[in-house]
Structures are given as structure tokens and as C-alpha cells.
Design a protein around this ligand. Structure first.
Ligand SMILES: [Zn+2]
Length: 279
């Protein structure tokens, strides 16, 4: 790995190490970016916000990080990638880079990295690297498995938010009314931001995929029984089961058009946007 270093967070603060290695770009795959006071003037810093959890989404950063590193290498610059210990999050980004650069499998990429440093990506990151390999080294928005993963990661984020809210409730039980309202606001804010992020990721991935795929890859269109309004496509369906009375239950991804609907529509049923107009 020429001009690419993988390591822990401590050398980032050591100007001697950074100068000796001639680092021009630091990529931090961490919860928090490198603080202003620990930055050096001749180095540029990029932050990928991520924790070391199996459901943390690293895969949607693979292509972006590849471009960052490739661009630095074109200018003959040296890159330092780190997380806390340099064995899971940042190691995953480096393995994805090598996979894409050399068109090699996850296992081969890991072997190459481990010639220099033992790495321990968590099992979720291994799964993401294997999925990246199956998608031929780009995050393809039309890949159903990738979409499912993004949704799983979003659900995880929302759930961990719920847990932390539970904690707040216990701590501030003196004024339950105020807390519950603040909680509701915060929860909504969090869900809204998570969803916004999710839509952004799906759209970005679909646009990258446009070079290789056309819209027919989203599968058949499902339309409203009453007015033929186009509701969603096959690709948006997560699970499908035939229940009693030969009715089909479809569970679909969150869709931007339906996420703005008011309370009674979020009860689990999807309404056609024309519901009040022409039915
Ligand atoms: Zn309709």
C-alpha cells in the first residue's frame, strides 16, 4: 500500500509522525472529527461519522472514500486513515479501497492489509464488504440487498435513539410533562433527520447506478386500485405475505411522498395521495 497508511488515532496529534510520513490528507472514521486545536496547517481533514457497530453504515461511504484517496494519489499525496484503534472502521474503508482499485475480493483485500497490520472488522462491516464485492465495487441504489441494509441501519439508529430517550426520562422524572414533550420533539427531529439522510443516500446511490441501469430495474409499478395513481415499485417492497381471505400484505420501504402524511396515515396503512380527491 504505497502512500496509504492505516492506524489508530494517536499519531494524528503527533506532528513528528505526520511530517515524517509526509501526510497531506487525514481521513477520520470516528464519532467526532479531529478537533480544530489538534489540526496541522498543511494537512487537510475529512471526517466520516461512524461508530464501531455492526449496523453502522460504512458501505455508502466506500465510493466517496475511494475517490478521496484516488484523488490524493493522483497528486502523489499520502493519506492517513484512522479510527480509534485502526482495526475495524478505518480498516474496512481501506479494504474497500483496495477491492475497488484492484478488482479483488474481500478476502484477498483483507490478506493484503494483514500483511502489514492485523485487522478486526466487526461482522457487520464484513457483511458490507462482501455486499460491495457482489455489487462489483460500487454502491448500487437498484440493488435490493443494499437498500435493505440502508433501512436496517436506519432502524438501528432510530432504536438507539429511543433507548437514550428512555434514559432521559428516568433521570428527569421530576418534571415528566416537560420531558415528554421535549422527548417527542427530539424524537420527531431525530426520525426526520434519519429519514432525510436515508432518502439522500438512496437517491445518490440510484443516480450513480444510472450509468449502468435504467428505471426498469425498479420492477413493476403498483398502482392505486381506484384511480391508477402510481404508488410504488417492486423494488420498494421489503416483504410480502399472503394472509387470510387471499389478501396480500406488503411491507414497503419508507417513501418520501408518504412520509409527510399526517398522524392517522402513519398507523401502518398506506393511502393513495388522491384519497380525499377522487375516491
Ligand atoms: Zn388512488
Amino acid at each position: 500500500m504505497n502512500r496509504l497508511y492505516l492506524g489508530s488515532d494517536s499519531p494524528v496529534k503527533d506532528v513528528n509522525v505526520m511530517t515524517t510520513l509526509e501526510i497531506s490528507l487525514v481521513i477520520s472514521v470516528t464519532e467526532e472529527p479531529v478537533p480544530e486545536e489538534s489540526r496541522w496547517p498543511n494537512i487537510s481533514y475529512q471526517h466520516i461519522e461512524a461508530g464501531d457497530f455492526p449496523d453502522e453504515d460504512l458501505i455508502s461511504h466506500f465510493d466517496h472514500c475511494y475517490r478521496l484517496i484516488a484523488k490524493a494519489h493522483e497528486k502523489d499525496e499520502t493519506v492517513y486513515i484512522h479510527c480509534r484503534s485502526g482495526t475495524s472502521r478505518s480498516a474496512t474503508i481501506v479494504m474497500a479501497f483496495l477491492m475497488k482499485k484492484h478488482c479483488i475480493s474481500y478476502l484477498n483485500s483483507r490478506k493484503r492489509v494483514e500483511k502489514k497490520r492485523k485487522v478486526f472488522p466487526n461482522e457487520g462491516f464484513v457483511h458490507q464488504l462482501e455486499l460491495y464485492e457482489r455489487m462489483n465495487f460500487f454502491a448500487n441504489g437498484y440493488n435490493q440487498e443494499y437498500r435493505r441494509f440502508l433501512l436496517k441501519s436506519l432502524t438501528y439508529k432510530l432504536r438507539s435513539n429511543g433507548l437514550s430517550l428512555g434514559l432521559t426520562n428516568n433521570l428527569q422524572s421530576k418534571s415528566p410533562k416537560a420531558t415528554s414533550r421535549a422527548e417527542r420533539d427530539m424524537k420527531f427531529h431525530y426520525e426526520y433527520n434519519c429519514l432525510k439522510n436515508y432518502f439522500k443516500k438512496i437517491v445518490a446511490a440510484e443516480q450513480t447506478g444510472d450509468q449502468f441501469y435504467d428505471s426498469t430495474d425498479t420492477g413493476p409499478v403498483y398502482t392505486c386500485y381506484y384511480c391508477n395513481h402510481e404508488l410504488f415499485n417492486q423494488i420498494n417492497i421489503i416483504t410480502e405475505k399472503v394472509s387470510d381471505y387471499s389478501c396480500r400484505d406488503l411491507f414497503i420501504e419508507p417513501l418520501q411522498t408518504y412520509c409527510t402524511q399526517s398522524d392517522d396515515e402513519t398507523s401502518g396503512y398506506l393511502k393513495c395521495p388522491n384519497w380525499n380527491v377522487s375516491h
